[in-house]
Design a protein around this ligand. Structure first.
Ligand SMILES: [Zn+2]
Length: 245
């Protein structure tokens, strides 16, 4: 099993017999459960010798969209974190995310906030206050045309001149993209970055914030998220089934 711990970051452990119905670990080692475990150091892998549930949100994860959101976050943490390297800030963010997901926080805002907290905890958060390419400070100036230009390849906000340079291929990064983000969405992203995850509300805002932050996460991963691709396919199947009824 892959565990993400406060003390040691990502680690692998063996839970012998955990798949058997009558196993002592039972459902306590279910996906996305928060547990206290005791580990016995082995030659290559640690063995899990006892498990206590701290928090489980399996009722919330029955919802396919919530499950897809949890799977996405687990996939990103698994991909971007080094084994045996504690990132306490990220562990705390994950606990708050688990709580907010169970409470029914707006999914788009919650995932966007989680992405930003996660990237910040790993020291690769996007620059949202100045141009990530030339350093020109945005300050409180209004955004030209009411839109912010963000580039995952450049590492955040880009000024007009740099956005134009990116578009015309003025820099060499392959497939550089510039995302055009409305002023309210941009303001909301900056707000979500500072907001504790368990304070993300249930009211949904028009706009697709997670699509923006996900581009920054996928830039770090070097690939698209598989969990969300599966989640999107699941939603399509559900919608198609709904239409047939
Ligand atoms: Zn610039």
């Amino acid at each position: 099993m892959t565990l993400f711990s406060r003390e040691r970051g990502k680690l692998s452990g063996v839970a012998r017999g955990a798949r058997k119905v009558a196993n002592k670990f039972g459902a306590r080692l279910d996906f996305f459960s928060r547990v206290a475990v005791m580990l016995h150091a082995g030659k290559s892998l640690d063995a899990i010798t006892s498990v206590q549930t701290v928090a489980s949100i399996w009722e919330a994860l029955v919802d396919p969209d919530a499950f897809a959101a949890a799977s996405y976050v687990a996939e990103v943490i698994d991909t971007l974190c080094e084994p045996d390297f504690a990132v306490e800030e990220l562990y705390d963010a994950l606990c708050a995310f688990q709580y907010a997901l169970a409470r029914g926080a707006d999914r788009d805002a919650l995932l966007a906030a989680m992405d930003l907290h996660l990237l910040d905890a790993l020291g690769v958060g996007p620059e949202l206050d100045a141009c990530a390419r030339c350093g020109a400070v945005l300050g409180r100036r209004p955004l030209k045309g009411g839109r912010a230009r963000l580039s995952p390849q450049a590492g955040g906000l880009v000024c007009d001149a740099c956005a134009a340079a990116l578009r015309s291929g003025g820099i060499t990064e392959e497939g550089a993209t510039v995302l055009h983000v409305s002023a309210p969405d941009f303001a909301r992203l900056r707000e979500l970055r500072r907001m504790p995850l368990d304070e993300v509300g249930k009211e949904s805002h028009p706009g697709r914030l997670h699509r923006i932050t996900q581009a920054f996460v996928e830039q770090q991963m070097g690939r698209r998220s598989r969990a969300l691709a599966v989640g999107a396919a699941g939603s399509r199947v559900k919608r198609a089934a709904g239409r047939r009824r």
